[in-house]
Design a protein around this ligand. Structure first.
Ligand code: ATP
Length: 254
């Protein structure tokens, strides 16, 4: 059932374990359409697991996950038509050429954008005949970003968007994310790069040990903590000796 005015993302009291290990422990946040939202935090904080639940790749143990009002665990096909994702450490067959990858992925969708335009947008026009295995790290990353946008998704999810990119490519990629927001898309950025989160995100949920330890606009979180940067907030709120606020803060949504 479609809910026209549903937020892009609603996560309420999400729990996910791997065996006895609790990876996500009561995470809640809401992302209105058109926002660039960051899931930030330390390594192993539960960011990717939360994203995988949003994409219907993992089923929550408890709690609610909705994407445009749809349940990804039960309505995965509908969700994936409206969502594009660039996943961490993704791979393609090394001999598959860039153009072939785009044609192959395009076959999954009823409608796609113009592939020539997409290649030009991501600076890959002259790599169309290059095999995946011969691309540089940055070119691979841009190919995955192009693949995520092939079906013009309303929500785009990026996991470790700029890992491995040089400073210029990183800034170019940030500009591309801003242009996605300008086009009215919702963007979810999963990162432990606090500079990236501060620069790009309208709001962030900061995770540590599977729990939300801060939620809000980066500038507000910095001001509330009386520090200079989101990285300072991260250092104060996460890891051993952190000053994690009580659980009530975790439920704050706008
Ligand atoms: P990173 O920034 O390092 O990618 P993350 O915040 O994305 O970390 P997750 O990948 O969600 O964290 O992992 C959360 C925790 O769950 C980690 O401790 C990880 O080792 C564990 N974990 C993830 N996947 C599995 C799995 N399939 N089986 C067992 N444990 C897992």
């Amino acid at each position: 059932m479609l809910t026209p005015d549903a937020p892009a993302i609603e996560v309420a009291d999400l729990h996910k374990r791997y065996g006895a290990f609790v990876a996500v422990d009561g995470v809640s946040f809401t992302v209105p359409t058109g926002e660039v939202f960051g899931l930030v935090g330390s390594n192993g904080a539960g960011k990717t697991t939360t994203l995988e639940c949003l994409l219907g790749l993992r089923e929550p143990d408890a709690g609610t996950v909705r994407v445009f009002g749809l349940d990804p665990a039960r309505q995965g096909a509908e969700v994936r038509l409206r969502v594009g994702a660039q996943l961490q450490a993704a791979q393609l067959p090394p001999r598959l050429r860039v153009g072939e990858a785009l044609v192959w992925f395009a076959s999954f969708y009823p409608h796609t954008v113009d592939v020539d335009e997409l290649l030009a947008r991501w600076g890959l026009t002259d790599k169309r005949s290059t095999a995946f295995g011969d691309l540089s790290g940055g070119q691979r990353q841009r190919l995955f970003l192009a693949l995520a946008l092939l079906h013009s998704p309303e929500l785009v999810c990026f996991d470790e968007l700029t890992t491995g990119l040089d400073p210029r490519a990183r800034r170019d990629t940030w500009r591309q994310v801003e242009s996605l927001r300008d086009e009215g898309r919702t963007v979810l950025v999963v990162t432990h790069d606090m500079e990236e989160a501060e620069r790009l995100c309208d709001r962030v949920a900061m995770l540590d040990g599977g729990r939300v330890v801060a939620l809000g606009r980066p500038a507000d979180l910095v001001e509330e903590a009386g520090v200079r940067s989101l990285e300072d907030v991260f250092l104060a709120r996460t890891g051993p000796g952190s000053t994690t606020p009580p659980a009530s803060v975790e439920m704050e949504v706008r």
